[in-house]
Design a protein around this ligand. Structure first.
Ligand code: SAH
Length: 269
């Protein structure tokens, strides 16, 4: 499989491109040679096969050979709202959730978030997470570059939620509804725009659960009797959603759905 790199849409519009900086370093680290082929993507769904014409210390000249057929956008658009976690746990979730196919990650300062950041640091952190998302996307050959938002407060999440058909909020104190039941409740039609919101190490506060459940699309769910770590829970839910509604199972690459991949509703089997 070819190595995959992200460049700007403007650059990808040219037939011959000179790559410098980080990408050039990356070429060297991978020991790529002249006449090797790579894939260049604009991170917005376009990807092209390109040939390395010339490799010099000051830049690599590549020529675009052809567009790579893509199956279109990700079949399922998932936003992951993530109660901000300590240090490298956050990085782990960003990296793994990109591999699992998340489209947007929104880090959220919740009542029990331990990490504090000054205004200036928020942007810096976001850039670091975005870099991790970029390298994870290149590694798993995604032509969509997932976005990491600047960390927000609980009060600011509503604008992201507006267009969501369903928002699953795993909550360990939810006793009435399992994730399975919530998925079953979605019925025959697969949502195209979903979200998952998991809490930080200390979980959500009562106030936050009240705030969230006042939003119509929000559905609090139990993930079972075992309390998962804050970094495990989002990955667990994303895997299930991708299996049922994403390209890991329920939806074919052309967007059509497999009838039998839906969870059967009781009495209907
Ligand atoms: N307060 C908890 C830990 C929270 S776990 C404790 O007793 O230690 C961190 C996050 O993971 C939670 O906010 C929730 O979103 C999710 N989570 C973990 N296990 C869960 C479960 N069994 N059911 C629902 N959500 C869970």
């Amino acid at each position: 499989m070819k190595h995959w790199f992200f460049i700007s849409p403007q650059e990808l519009g040219k037939s011959s491109i000179v790559l410098k900086g980080e990408i050039l370093q990356h070429f060297k680290a991978l020991r790529l040679q002249e006449k090797d082929k790579v894939v260049l993507s604009d991170g917005r769904g376009r990807a092209c096969l390109a040939l390395i014409d010339k490799l010099a210390p000051e830049g690599a000249r590549v020529s675009v050979l052809k567009e790579i057929e893509e199956a279109g956008g990700p079949p399922l658009d998932i936003i992951l709202f993530l109660g901000i976690l300590k240090g490298d746990k956050m990085e782990l979730v960003v990296r793994s959730s990109v591999e699992l196919g998340v489209k947007t990650i929104v880090p959220v300062f919740t009542d029990r978030t331990v990490v504090q950041m000054e205004e200036g640091k928020k942007q810096k952190r976001m850039l670091r997470w975005q870099k991790i998302a970029r390298s994870a996307a290149a590694q798993c050959r995604r032509s969509y570059l997932p976005q990491v938002a600047v960390p927000v407060n609980m009060e600011e999440i509503t604008s992201f939620i507006e267009d969501r058909e369903v928002v699953f909020v795993p909550w360990e104190e939810e006793k009435g509804r399992s994730l399975y039941q919530a998925l079953e409740g979605q019925g025959r039609v697969f949502p195209r725009r979903a979200a998952v919101f998991t809490g930080p190490e200390g979980g959500f506060s009562k106030r936050e659960i009240e705030m969230l459940t006042a939003i119509p699309a929000v559905c609090t769910v139990s993930l079972g009797r075992r309390i998962m770590r804050a970094e495990t829970a989002p990955l667990f839910v994303l895997s299930i959603l991708m299996f049922l509604w994403g390209d890991a199972g329920g939806v074919r690459p052309d967007g059509s759905t497999l009838q039998n991949s839906r969870i059967p509703v009781k009495g209907e089997e």
